[in-house]
Design a protein around this ligand. Structure first.
Ligand SMILES: Cc1cc2nc3c(=O)[nH]c(=O)nc-3n(C[C@H](O)[C@H](O)[C@H](O)COP(=O)(O)OP(=O)(O)OC[C@H]3O[C@@H](n4cnc5c(N)ncnc54)[C@H](O)[C@@H]3O)c2cc1C
Length: 51
C-alpha cells in the first residue's frame, strides 16, 4: 500500500474495494490508467463458509 501524495497523477479514484471496485482496479491499469482505491472497511481474513 502506498501513501497518496499527489492525486493529479491519477486517472481515477475508485471508492470501495468490493467486487465492482476491485474489477475496475484490475482492468483500468491494463488500459494505461493510474488508479487509487479508497476503502473505509477493515482488512479481515476470508474464513471458509460454514453453512
Ligand atoms: C450476506 C450476503 C451474502 C451474499 N452472498 C452472495 C453470494 O453467495 N454470491 C454472490 O454472487 N453475491 C452474494 N452477495 C452479493 C454480493 O456481496 C454483492 O453483489 C457484491 O458484494 C456487490 O459488490 P459491490 O462492489 O458493488 O459492493 P460491495 O461489495 O458492497 O463493496 C463496496 C465497498 O465499498 C466500501 N465503501 C463503501 N462506502 C465507502 C466510502 N464512503 N469510502 C470508502 N469505502 C467505501 C465498502 O467498505 C465495501 O468494501 C451477498 C451479499 C450479502 C449481503
Amino acid at each position: 500500500m502506498q501513501t497518496l501524495n499527489d492525486t493529479s497523477k491519477l486517472d481515477a479514484i475508485i471508492v470501495g474495494s468490493g467486487p465492482a471496485g476491485a474489477t475496475l482496479a484490475n482492468e483500468l491499469p491494463k488500459r494505461g490508467q493510474k488508479v487509487a482505491i479508497l476503502e473505509w472497511g477493515t482488512h479481515e481474513p476470508i474464513n471458509p463458509l460454514t453453512h
